[in-house]
Structures are given as structure tokens and as C-alpha cells.
Ligand binder design. Structure first.
Ligand code: 7GP
Length: 845
């Protein structure tokens, strides 16, 4: 084994892999027998049984890891020798999905691995299904972080992702009588082949306790913090493999443990549970991902998660700096900020600012100004939402109890900011001071709270939104005063997606067609796909493109059957809405239209309509009642429609359970229509919209988030735009929106909503679906579902007609794929590099 590894090692420093099939086979079999233990019983293995497949999946992953780890080591050495600047991406969420297929594609080892496994009697695609999703995130923000890591490694930048090693990622979802039921995610129940534990980088993290002012020889005082408790952070590194590049970076995830595993005295006295108390309390910190999407959680445990992960990460960043460049002293300030960038993925990692300040002041003897200047050069912050309920505010009292020293630093930052910067711009203006202060002096219950976003804006040198319209709203509506104070600080970086996972790996048929058409590595240079535009009207090409879509739809029909028992025809329009369930994303607008279609079909069974299948995938936060009501309603309406023979299969509704990255990879290649119907101004960007369009789905959507930029790229003829604009939504709010007007003036809306009150969809349980109607009428319809209904329904009609013109539709689908080049996450990363991080790439050749 050692000799084989050496042979391979000498070749892995570049992006060429010379792992041949013979070697790969030897390695897989070696891991099977030596690392995992032989599973062959009496010389017979059952290749169909799940355990066997799991073992081969594991062995294949371990074999691949030998190549990956070697590349990781080489990359780290190269990055250190070149003394290049690095970015440290701090995020509480990483929605990685499965890694085997992606890593194989990125290393260009997919085909040979496929051959080797075939010779062993397995299908690689089948084995890939055995891997658990790494669901360490909720939705868009977490998946964006995963795409960015892929791009950073692909472009050969020195980057480290930091996060939490959650024992349980996002919950698993199934439906019981149409209701969402959550069960714990067990992604590493039997270990994970991808992670490397790094005990040498363990960190000890103090919290709680008290502070005191200690007089100094020069007459001043110094704040001393005596912590009440210590947590231990143990890092696990997950290698991030660049596509066709020489770089493998790491995602470093912190696991929380007690400083000491158990208490011998208590154990000896027979108090077994109490002996473990400390351990249980510590392990809870990294036990589970908070399942809230766009809603601040508010509990002490979440606050400690944030602090724990920030403290571990900031200490690790400093430790890595020191290992490379020596002591960190005030004289090194400039140097430090020329080597280290820290990106805050939303406000969840805000405490990193305070922790860096605390370390510089208390442990590295920096003066205030030196520490503050350094911090302001290092940090930058990305905002991902304008929803007020997602903007984090932590009670001052909680800060005081858990992080008393950090609070004193926060006060000083605030004081200097208000007295110097705010006062210089708006002298003696109490209103401005109140509006911009990091401390909210008290709304409800007069509780003082820390506005985390204000601290981020004040401490960062750049603040970005994630699509042009969102960044404009961040300037005009969220932080207008900050924008006046620092006109250059607020900026835009439009999101992107990695074309490796979201086309090359998930859509092999389309990828092969693109390979044969495009004479460039399109998975890196995605704008090259625009060459396809020339073929958008070519009958042969249209036929090939749509044939692939059809094959992908056939594959999805099988998946739908297996997961739900529902039969759908691959000839119908596959209309897809996949994203977290939230009122602002308006799955209930889609539902209302489905109910209207059903009603129209019942009234006129001969109605002209091309068959359409509405496919949903969505998880609702477990505590979000209305979101769960909407899931229930969709499932109940689906039951009724799918079993109603009167409508002759013209309409089907499918809610696929347990939506996650690996399921998205199956749905997206098969989609004809992409539903992006958020209330204008509410969806910061969206990234599912990009993935679906890249795979040839046509968008029906509002002028919101990145939809606007997608429309600019594909042109208005190749997208179905509907609904109110941002300005119209604002005007409606200002003039007083009254949803009951729409209810009374639109006979169809009224009939559909009233239908929900009956027991038609829930036999014997009248009113079970009424909460949706209530939210839209008595609840004031905060997301303007009724205001947009007619426009959406009209756009759906146009779409249904357009689909029947096969040539027109093929042209639209091809142009969507062709014109998504802008939304490569490599482009987003290059924007961050140019405007915010200023890194230079380091590659082997
Ligand atoms: C999401 C936004 O809702 C979505 O529009 C955007 O594309 C994505 O971030 C990536 O930028 N936000 C979240 O997932 C989220 O949890 C709360 O935001 C902080």
C-alpha cells in the first residue's frame, strides 16, 4: 500500500491525476478488506444488498481520499510558500450535499471509477446514492457557501471555510396524512469518510463568569475577565476539491466537547448521570443545526453556538497566521490585514468581530486604535435578507451574562462610532444616534438589544447584497443612513452557482451534448455556452436537447413513483417549485392557481389545456405553523386532484418528501418550468432560479432578486414575468392594501378560497385548510398573494400555450441554458476578489 501511495503522490501536485484503473481497483479492495473489514461471507457477496453497496461506497470514497488528502497537503504547502492572502469564510451553514460524485467529477476520475466499479459488479451512480447528504444548512445561504467553496478551490484561491460540525444537520421530512413530520438527520451515524479530525488544532473557549477593573501601574485600569466555564472546540476538516485545478482547500468544522469528559468523583459515588453532566452540556452546543430559515432563533443555545464557532475560528485564523509569519504585534497590523480576509456570511458570525478585538486587546496587548483599525480592514459582511424577522438582535442581558467582556468592547465601539463618526456627520442629532446605535434602546418590553447588523456594518470595510435589486434595497431601505455616512461601503455581488454540481455532475446527458457542441471547458467558462444561441432554432439540435429533457423527465417519473406512488406522464409539463417553505416565496400562490385550474377543468372537462404536473419540494421550519399548514394543504389538494378521473390526468400535483441537495439534483434536470414567484422585494436573490434555468427550464417569476438579472440575460421572450414590481408593492403598502377587495371582485379567487373552508379536500374535516384563507383575508395577506393572483394565472396560461408550440419552447429552453454564463459562482467569487478580498491565485503550474 505504501508504495502505491508514493507513486501516486508524486503526480498529484498538479491538476492531472494519473490514478489508473488497476491502482484504483487495488485501493478499493484494500480499503474494503483492511480498513472496513472483509464483508465477504463464505466467498459470496450479495451485490444487491444495501450493506454491500454501502461498504463499496465507503471503500471507493476512502480510495479517492488518498488522492484528495495528498492534494490538500500540496495545496497548503504551496499556499504557505507563496505567502498569499487567504479568505476565511465564516458561516453557520454549509449545505454540501453528497460528495462522492462531485469529487470524482472535479478530479476527472468519474469515468475510470465507473469502469472499475463495473468490473466489480456495481454501478457508480447507484453507489453514489449510498452517501448521506451533508445537510449542514437550511437553504439558500448554506448552499451558496458550498458553491463558493467549490469556486474558490477551482480558481486556486487560498480559502478556508469555518463552521460547526453539527451532529445532526437539517431534519429529515416525511408526510403522515399530509402533515410534515420531522426526524433527526443522522449523517455520520457510522462515521464519514470525508473528514479528518485535527486534534492539534483544538481550541479552549471561555464563557460566562465576571469582569473586574484592575488598576495598572500607570494609573489606568484594565478589564480582566474571569470565565465561569470552558468549552473545547475540536476541528474536523472536509477537503474541498477544485474542478480541474491544483487546489484542494478545507472546510473546518468545530465540534464542541467538555474540557473534561466526566467527573470521576461523581462516577465513583455512583452518580452516573451527574458524572456526565458537563459533557452533555458541552456537546449540546454542536448537537443540532437550528432549522429556522430567515427567522432569528433567539435562544441562549443559539447564541452560544455563534460565539463558540466564532471564537474557535478567530483563534485558529490567528494561530495559522502566527505559524506562518511569527508573532502578532501591533507593528504587524498592516501585514496581518494584507494576509487575512474574514467574510461574515450574514450576521450569524458577528461575534467574530468582538472576539478578534478581545484577543488583540487582552491577549496581544494591542492599543484600542490599532486593534480597531486592523478589525476594520479584515472584516466584510454579506446581507442575505431584508425580512425584519431575520435580522438578529440579541438581548443585552444575555450578552452581559455569557460574554461580559465582549459587551464592554461592544459598548466602546458604539461610543466611539456615535461620538466621532455619527456626530461629525450629524452634529448633536439624537435621532441619528438612536437610529444608528448598535444598541436598540428598547421596543417591546423595553428590553435593550444588540443590533448585530449594525455592528457588522460599522466594523466591515465592505457590505454586500446578493443581487442588484437587493443591494439597492439594502442601500435605500435597510441601511440608508449608513449609506449616507459611507457611500462606498455598500455594494453588490450577484450570487452564482457552481456549474460543476448543478450541470456537469447532475445532468450527464446534457453535459455530454454540451461537450460535443462547445469547444471549451464550459464547466469552468460558463459564458461559452452562449455559443449555443446560434443553434436555438436548429431543428436537429432542438430535437437532441428536448430528447435529453424527456429522458431526464422519464427518470424523474420513476423517482416520483418510488417516493410517492403517484404516476405522472413524462409528456406533461413539469412545473417545479423547490425551495424552503415560506409565505414570501408564495407556494400558496401556486396552490391557489392549481385549485383554480382544477375548478376550471371540473366546470369544463373539455377545456383546452396541455397536461401539467406541479412538483413541489420544501421543508418548513418545525415551528412555523402556517408554512406547515401550506404543506398540508398542498398534499390534500394533490390527493384529491390526482385521484379525480374526471380531469383525465390533465393536472397532477406531487409533493416530494425530504427535499434536499441530492433530490434537487434529480428534479432540476427534468424541469420544464421554474417557479420563482416571491413577492417583489422579498427574495434577496434566489439561486434555484439559476440552477433550473441552466438546465433548460423556463422561469415563470416576479421581478424580484436575481430573476431580474436572469430576464436581462435571456430576454423577455424567454421568461414569463408576472406580478407587482418592487415599487408597486411599496405603493400598495403605502396606500393601504385590502385583500378582501380582490376576494369580492374576483369570482374565481372567492370560489377557491371558500372551497378551502369546506371539507372537499379533507373529507369529514371541514375547515382543516381554512388557516390559509384566514391568512390571506383576516391576516391581511402580507405577501400580496391575492394582488398577484390574476397576473400569475395569466402568465401560466401563456406558458401552457407556449409549451404546445414545440419549436418555440425548445428555443426558449436552449436559450435559457445558453445564457446563464453570468451566474457561474466563479464569476461571483471573482467579484468578491476584485472588490472585497483582493487575493491572488496560487496554482501548481
Ligand atoms: C437566502 C435568500 O433568501 C436567498 O434569496 C439568497 O439567494 C440566498 O440567501 C443566498 O444569498 N437567505 C437565507 O437562506 C437565509 O437564511 C437569513 O437568510 C439570514
Amino acid at each position: 500500500m505504501v508504495t502505491i501511495t508514493k507513486n501516486i503522490n508524486s503526480n498529484t501536485s498538479s491538476n492531472k491525476n494519473t490514478l489508473d484503473s488497476a491502482m484504483l481497483k487495488v485501493r478499493i479492495e484494500h480499503h474494503l478488506s483492511h480498513t472496513l473489514g472483509d464483508i465477504i461471507i463464505n466467498n459470496v457477496i450479495d451485490k444487491q444488498c444495501t450493506e454491500t453497496k454501502k461498504a463499496y461506497w465507503h471503500a471507493t470514497s476512502l480510495a479517492l481520499n488518498e488522492v484528495i488528502t495528498e492534494k490538500l497537503n500540496q495545496s497548503q504547502l504551496r499556499q504557505s510558500q507563496s505567502a498569499c492572502k487567504s479568505v476565511n469564510y465564516l458561516s453557520l451553514e454549509y449545505l454540501m450535499g453528497r460528495l462522492l460524485s462531485n469529487n470524482l467529477h472535479n478530479l476527472d476520475l468519474y469515468t475510470i471509477t465507473e469502469k472499475v466499479l463495473k468490473s466489480l459488479g456495481f454501478e457508480l451512480a447507484d453507489l453514489c446514492e449510498q452517501g448521506a447528504d451533508l445537510a449542514l444548512g437550511n437553504g439558500g445561504l448554506g448552499r451558496l457557501a458550498a458553491c463558493f467553496l467549490d469556486s474558490l478551490a477551482t480558481l486556486d484561491y487560498n480559502a478556508m471555510g469555518y463552521g460547526i460540525h453539527y451532529q445532526h444537520g437539517l431534519f429529515k421530512q416525511h408526510f403522515a396524512d399530509g402533515h410534515q413530520v420531522e426526524t433527526p438527520d443522522m449523517w455520520r451515524e457510522f462515521g464519514s469518510p470525508w473528514e479528518i479530525c485535527r486534534p492539534e488544532s483544538t481550541q479552549l473557549i471561555p464563557l460566562y463568569g465576571h469582569i473586574e477593573e484592575v488598576p495598572q501601574a500607570d494609573g489606568s485600569t484594565e478589564t480582566k475577565w474571569t470565565a465561569g466555564k470552558t468549552l473545547k472546540g475540536v476541528p474536523y476538516d472536509i477537503p474541498i476539491v477544485g474542478y480541474n485545478s491544483s487546489t484542494v482547500n478545507a472546510l473546518r468544522l468545530w465540534q464542541c466537547r467538555a474540557d473534561s469528559a466526566f467527573d470521576w468523583d461523581k462516577f465513583n459515588n455512583g452518580d452516573y448521570l451527574m458524572a456526565l453532566e458537563q459533557q452533555v452540556h458541552a456537546e449540546i452546543v454542536s448537537k443540532v443545526l437550528y432549522p429556522n430559515d430567515e427567522h432569528a432563533a433567539g435562544q441562549e443555545l443559539r447564541f452560544i453556538q455563534q460565539y463558540f464557532f466564532c471564537a474557535c475560528s478567530v483563534r485558529d485564523i490567528i494561530k495559522r497566521y502566527q505559524a506562518q509569519y511569527g508573532a502578532l504585534t501591533p507593528a504587524q497590523s498592516e501585514h496581518f490585514s494584507s494576509k487575512v480576509a474574514i467574510q461574515l456570511n450574514d450576521t450569524h458570525p458577528t461575534i467574530a468581530i468582538l472576539e478578534l478585538m478581545r484577543l488583540l486587546l487582552d491577549e496581544f496587548q494591542f492599543q484600542w486604535q490599532d486593534a480597531w483599525q486592523l478589525a476594520r480592514k479584515v472584516f466584510a459582511y454579506t446581507n442575505h435578507t431584508l425580512l425584519p424577522e431575520a435580522l438578529e438582535k440579541w438581548p443585552v442581558k444575555l450578552f452581559e451574562r455569557v460574554l461580559p467582556r465582549h459587551l464592554t468592547i461592544l459598548y466602546r465601539i458604539n461610543e466611539a462610532f456615535l461620538n466621532e463618526e455619527v456626530n461629525a456627520m450629524w452634529p448633536n442629532n439624537d435621532n441619528m444616534r438612536r437610529a444608528l446605535s448598535i444598541i436598540d434602546e428598547g421596543g417591546e418590553g423595553n428590553e435593550r438589544k444588540v443590533r448585530m447588523a449594525h455592528l457588522c456594518v460599522i466594523a466591515s470595510h465592505k457590505v454586500n447584497g446578493v443581487a442588484q435589486v437587493h443591494s439597492d434595497l439594502v442601500k435605500s431601505d435597510l441601511f440608508p443612513e449608513f449609506n449616507q455616512l459611507w457611500p462606498k461601503k455598500l455594494t453588490n455581488v450577484t450570487n452564482g452557482i457552481t456549474p460543476r454540481r448543478w450541470l456537469k455532475a447532475c445532468n450527464p446527458l446534457l453535459s455530454a451534448l454540451l461537450d460535443s457542441e462547445i469547444n471549451a471547458d464550459w464547466a469552468k467558462e460558463l459564458t461559452q455556452l452562449s455559443l449555443l444561441s446560434n443553434k436555438a432554432d436548429n431543428a436537429d439540435f432542438q430535437q437532441q436537447f428536448m430528447q435529453i429533457k424527456h429522458q431526464n423527465k422519464v427518470a424523474l417519473t420513476k423517482e416520483i413513483k418510488a417516493l410517492t406512488g403517484i404516476t405522472v406522464s413524462p409528456d406533461a409539463i413539469f412545473d417545479v417549485q423547490i425551495k424552503r417553505l415560506h409565505e414570501y416565496k408564495r407556494q400558496h400562490l401556486n396552490l391557489l392557481h392549481i385549485i383554480a385550474l382544477y375548478r376550471r377543468l371540473l366546470a369544463d372537462p373539455a377545456m383546452e389545456m396541455y397536461p401539467q404536473v406541479f412538483i413541489f419540494g420544501a421543508k418548513a421550519a418545525p415551528g412555523y405553523k402556517l408554512a406547515k399548514d401550506i404543506i398540508f394543504a398542498i398534499n390534500k389538494v394533490a390527493d384529491k386532484i390526482n385521484n379525480d378521473t374526471r380531469i383525465h390526468d390533465k393536472l397532477k400535483v406531487v409533493f416530494l418528501p425530504n427535499y434536499r441537495v441530492s433530490l434537487a439534483e434529480k428534479i432540476i434536470p427534468a424541469a420544464d418550468v421554474s417557479e420563482q414567484i416571491s413577492t417583489a422585494g422579498k427574495e434577496a436573490s434566489g439561486t434555484g432560479n439559476m440552477k433550473l434555468a441552466l438546465n433548460g427550464a423556463v422561469t415563470i417569476g416576479t421581478l424580484d432578486g436575481a430573476n431580474i438579472e436572469i430576464a436581462e440575460e435571456v430576454g423577455n421572450d424567454n421568461i414569463f414575468i408576472c406580478g407587482l414590481t418592487v415599487d408597486e408593492v411599496k405603493a400598495l403598502d403605502q396606500n393601504g392594501y385590502n385583500p378582501t377587495d380582490y376576494y369580492h371582485n374576483n369570482e374565481e379567487i372567492k370560489a377557491c378560497l371558500d372551497w378551502l373552508d369546506s371539507d372537499y379536500f379533507t373529507p369529514g374535516h371541514a375547515g382543516a385548510l381554512s388557516p390559509i384563507k384566514e391568512s390571506l383575508l383576516a391576516g391581511g395577506d402580507p405577501y400580496k398573494v391575492l394582488a398577484d393572483f390574476q397576473s400569475y394565472s395569466d402568465a401560466q396560461n401563456k406558458l401552457n400555450v407556449a409549451y404546445q408550440d414545440k419549436k418555440r419552447w425548445a428555443r426558449m429552453a436552449i436559450l435559457n441554458t445558453a445564457l446563464m454564463g453570468k451566474f457561474n459562482s466563479d464569476r461571483s467569487i471573482e467579484d468578491y476578489i476584485a472588490n472585497i478580498w483582493q487575493l491572488t491565485p496560487v496554482s501548481a503550474n
